[in-house]
Design a protein around this ligand. Structure first.
Ligand SMILES: C[S@@+](CC[C@H](N)C(=O)[O-])C[C@H]1O[C@@H](n2cnc3c(N)ncnc32)[C@H](O)[C@@H]1O
Length: 439
């Protein structure tokens, strides 16, 4: 792997999780997923295990991914949109699905993913002699300019589809994404569809379905959840200790692999949280309509007929979110025009001075990391000062580089100055303000 690719992967927290989707679809019997996994050199052994609890969880993870992927395909078709924007596309075989045939498919993900998938899919289409309007683009979902460039020449209305992203974003990143979605839908028309806000409920329901053959189980689990029970309690009630230990095993596996706080994605959202999410959408000029996923229950390769019916029952209580601009909601869009980035580093003895300008996000963080590693490699580092007076925004990819600096020196020896309100909020909300000296 070359250095640039390595730096990009180091600053992308959910890289491995995306590859796991392809392997889960392979396990569910999806032929094109298996073919693509082989071409990418992915190894099923990396995500399966011989441990009993984990194996049960593996099975439910396969069912969760297959259900989400296939039901999203059905919902995408339902919108009737001619242009599909898959954000983030990850490594799924969607470009090869039949329904894409006469549509424009704009696949967006971080550059490390888009640059691997674009040539691979192009090669497969050429081998099959298929002419399809399919393109892959390196973007950062929080970076408006990168999204707008991917949409150049696109015809609306769009169907923007998101599976497996929202739960990984920090609050400021989510806010930036919502502003970008609103801008894009206003310009092109169309809808944004996602099941991500329901992910905690999907996990519980499908884990129960995979582990139990009791027809009442899925319904009882969902009712317990609606009553406010936490996931561990529900799983224990439905599947005994096996359920609880499997949940722990899954969180260990994915927490380690994905390098994110996976518990964030597993949290059941009581009604209050759902209302807060709707209010958040509203404050970004968006509104939501909920449709039960059961309405587009797909045929599943990973579950037998009895369990598919259980899953369908559970999906009556889990929704697809269809999000559109809310003309009546007050909007205060963030400044999207400060996308330029630069980093300058100078060293005096053991002290490093860093000046950051513009936006540090997933697109620019690798450059920041490379500059830091080059400078740090040539000195005996004791202190770091980061001048942020011209920094507009920093995402979690940029914070990962800041964390490397914090770990490289004694506590209290990283100083930060000149933060604007946005950056100060980000540092405070993510806990970084406590790890650096703020001036
Ligand atoms: C869990 S995967 C989901 C991918 C795909 N939709 C699926 O179902 O497998 C998350 C994806 O989000 C991408 N990603 C993470 N942060 C991103 C960002 N800021 N902008 C765009 N893509 C991002 C990762 O590269 C990864 O491919």
């Amino acid at each position: 792997m070359d250095n640039v690719q390595e730096l990009r992967e180091m600053t992308n927290p959910v890289f491995n999780t995306a590859k796991a989707t392809l392997l889960h679809l392979t396990q569910a019997g999806h032929a094109d997923a298996a073919m693509m996994a082989e071409k990418l050199g992915l190894d099923l052994a990396g995500i399966t295990s011989s441990d009993e609890g984990k194996t049960a969880m593996d099975q439910s993870n396969v069912a969760i991914v297959e259900l989400r992927y296939r039901s999203m395909n059905a919902f995408i078709q339902e919108t009737g949109a001619k242009t599909i924007v898959d954000l983030p596309c990850g490594y799924t075989p969607r470009a090869l699905e039949d329904f894409i045939g006469d549509k424009r498919y704009i696949a967006c993900d971080l550059p490390a993913v888009a640059e691997e998938m674009g040539p691979l899919v192009e090669k497969i289409l050429a081998e099959r002699g298929w002419k399809r309007d399919v393109t892959y683009h390196g973007v950062d979902a929080t970076n408006y300019a990168s999204l707008r460039a991917a949409l150049e020449g696109a015809q609306g209305p769009l169907c923007i589809t998101t599976e497996g992203l929202l739960m990984y974003l920090t609050h400021p990143e989510l806010a930036a994404l919502l502003d970008n979605i609103r801008r894009i839908l206003e310009e092109f028309g169309g809808v944004w569809i996602t099941q991500d806000p329901e992910v905690g409920r999907v996990y519980i329901a499908m884990t129960v379905v995979s582990m139990s053959s009791d027809p009442a189980a899925a319904k009882a689990a969902m009712e317990a959840l609606d009553g406010g029970a936490d996931m561990g309690t529900v799983l224990k009630a439905m599947a005994g200790d096996k359920g609880r230990s499997a949940l722990g095993a899954s969180m260990d596996t994915f927490g380690g692999e994905a390098d994110v706080d996976f518990s964030k994605a597993m949290n059941y959202r009581p009604e209050q949280a759902e209302a807060a999410e709707k209010e958040l959408l509203r404050s970004h000029g968006l509104k939501v309509e909920l449709t039960p996923v059961a309405e587009r229950m797909p045929k599943l390769g990973s579950l037998d007929a009895v369990r598919t019916e259980l899953a369908r029952k559970a999906m009556e209580r889990i929704s697809l979110w269809t999000i559109t601009p809310d003309e009546e909601a007050p909007v205060r869009l963030a400044d999207a025009d400060c996308d330029s980035f630069s980093v300058a580093i100078t060293a005096r003895g053991g002290a490093m001075d860093v000046v950051l300008k513009g936006r540090v996000d997933s697109l620019t963080a690798p450059e920041f990391l490379a500059a830091y590693e080059k400078a740090a490699g040539a000195m005996d580092l004791t202190d770091v000062h980061v001048d942020m007076s011209e920094l507009a925004y920093i995402s979690s990819a940029g914070l990962r580089v800041l964390l490397m600096m914090i770990k490289a020196v004694q506590p209290g020896h990283v100083g930060v100055s000149g933060t604007n309100d946005t950056v100060r909020d980000i540092l405070t909300q993510t806990g970084y303000a406590d790890m650096v000296t703020m001036a």
